[in-house]
Design a protein around this ligand. Structure first.
Ligand code: A3P
Length: 345
C-alpha cells in the first residue's frame, strides 16, 4: 500500500516537473524570439529631431538577431521580402590605407546598429575585371540591410590605384570616404611584414626591409619600393582631390585607434552623421592579444584575427631615421591639406 502511494506521488511529481520545465523552456524561447522580432523600445524617439543627412534608426534592434542570420546566408527569399531587406551600395568606403588599421576600423564601426559591413574586400573599383562586371555585380556583393542602415565596405587598394577616384565618383559623387593612416615608417614596416609572412608561408626567402627601402646605389630612400610609395599619403590624396572635395574625407588616426579606439570611432560617427552608439562597453582591452577587442553583447565578443597585430622585424635605426626624414615634408603637406595634424617625427 505504502509502496503504491509512493509510486503515485513520484508519478505526480514527474508530471508537475515536466510541466514546469516545459513552461520555462517555452518562456525562454518566446522571450528570445520577441527580443529579435519586436522593438524593445521606440529607438527612433531617443535621438530627438533628425538632421537632413542623419540616418534614421528604424528597427535597428533587428541587426543583432535576424540580420546576423541573413548575413550568414540563412535567409529565405520570403524572409528578405518580409523584413524589407535590401542590398545597398555603400554610403561610405574605407579606401585605405593598407596596414593602417582598415579591418579594425570596419569591424569597430560595424558595432554601430546603423552600420552594416561588407565582410570581404570586394576590389570592385581597383580590379578591371571586377569593374567590367558592372555596378549591379558590386551591389549584389553587399550584405542585406534595412533601407535606413548604411553599408560600408573597405578595400585598401583603392587609395593607391590610379583609376579608382574617377570610378567611385561616377557611382556616387557625394559618397563619404574614410582614410585610416599610421605613422608612415611604421606602416611601411607593417606592409613589409605582411609580405614577408606570405613569402615565409611559401618557404621562400625574401630581402631584408633595409635592402628594399634603401637604394643601394644612391643610399637614398627607394621610392620605387611600394611600401614606401604607399606611405606618401599626400601624393595619393592629391589624386583623389581632383574628384572629391576635402570635406568628403575623414582621416582616422590608426595609431590612436590601437591605443584608444573610442574617441576615434566617435569622430567617425559624427562624420557619418550617426548618433553616438558605440560605447566603451563595446570595446575591451585584451592583454593577451595586446589590442582592443569587440563586445557586441553579453554573449558575443571577438578579437581580430592573428594576422592583425604581427610582430615587426627589427629594422636598422639609421634606416628608420632616413625614412622618417624622407616622409617629413610629405607629412607636413598632408596635415595642411587634411587639417589633421599627427605627432609623427
Ligand atoms: P600590424 O600587424 O602591423 O600591427 P589592416 O587591417 O589595414 O591590414 O591593418 C592592420 C593593423 O591594424 C595591424 O598592424 C594592427 O596594428 C592594427 N590594429 C588596429 N587596431 C587593432 C585591433 N583592435 N586588433 C588588431 N589589430 C589592430
Amino acid at each position: 500500500m505504502l509502496f503504491k502511494q509512493q509510486a503515485l506521488l513520484r508519478q505526480k511529481l514527474f508530471v508537475l516537473g515536466s510541466l514546469a520545465i516545459g513552461s520555462l523552456l517555452y518562456l525562454v524561447a518566446r522571450v528570445g524570439s520577441l527580443d529579435r522580432l519586436q522593438p524593445l523600445c521606440p529607438i527612433d524617439s531617443r535621438f530627438g529631431p533628425r538632421g537632413q543627412d542623419e540616418i534614421p534608426l528604424r528597427a535597428l534592434q533587428f541587426k543583432r538577431g535576424l540580420l546576423h542570420e541573413f548575413r550568414k546566408g540563412n535567409a529565405t527569399k520570403e524572409q528578405i521580402r518580409l523584413h524589407n531587406l535590401v542590398q545597398q551600395l555603400p554610403k561610405a568606403i574605407i579606401i585605405g590605407v593598407r596596414k593602417g588599421g582598415t579591418r579594425a576600423l570596419l569591424e569597430m564601426l560595424n558595432l554601430h546598429p546603423a552600420v552594416v559591413k561588407a565582410s570581404q574586400e570586394i576590389h570592385f573599383f581597383d580590379n578591371d575585371e571586377n569593374y567590367a562586371k558592372g555596378i549591379e555585380w558590386y551591389r549584389k556583393k553587399m550584405p542585406f540591410s534595412y533601407p535606413h542602415q548604411i553599408t560600408i565596405e573597405k578595400s585598401p587598394a583603392y587609395f593607391i590605384t590610379e583609376e579608382v577616384p574617377e570610378r567611385i565618383y561616377k557611382m556616387n559623387s557625394s559618397i563619404k570616404l574614410l582614410i585610416i593612416v599610421r605613422e608612415p615608417t611604421t606602416r611601411a614596416i607593417s606592409d613589409y611584414t605582411q609580405v614577408l609572412e606570405g613569402k615565409e608561408r611559401k618557404n621562400k626567402t625574401y630581402y631584408k626591409f633595409e635592402k628594399l627601402a634603401i637604394d643601394p646605389n644612391t643610399c637614398e630612400v627607394n621610392t620605387k619600393y611600394k611600401a614606401v610609395r604607399t606611405s606618401i599619403y599626400t601624393k595619393h590624396l592629391e589624386r583623389w582631390l581632383k574628384y572629391f572635395p576635402i570635406e568628403q574625407f575623414h582621416i582616422v588616426d590608426g595609431d590612436r585607434l590601437i591605443t584608444e579606439p573610442l574617441p576615434e570611432l566617435q569622430l567617425v560617427e559624427k562624420f557619418l552623421n550617426l548618433p553616438p552608439r558605440i560605447s566603451q562597453y563595446n570595446l575591451y582591452f585584451n592583454a593577451t592579444r595586446g589590442f582592443y577587442c569587440l563586445r557586441f553583447n553579453i554573449v558575443f565578443n571577438k578579437c581580430l584575427a592573428g594576422s592583425k597585430g604581427r610582430i615587426h622585424p627589427e629594422v636598422d635605426t639609421s634606416v628608420i631615421t632616413k625614412l622618417r626624414k624622407f616622409f617629413h615634408p610629405f607629412n607636413q603637406k598632408f596635415y595642411q591639406i587634411t587639417g589633421r595634424t599627427f605627432n609623427w617625427p
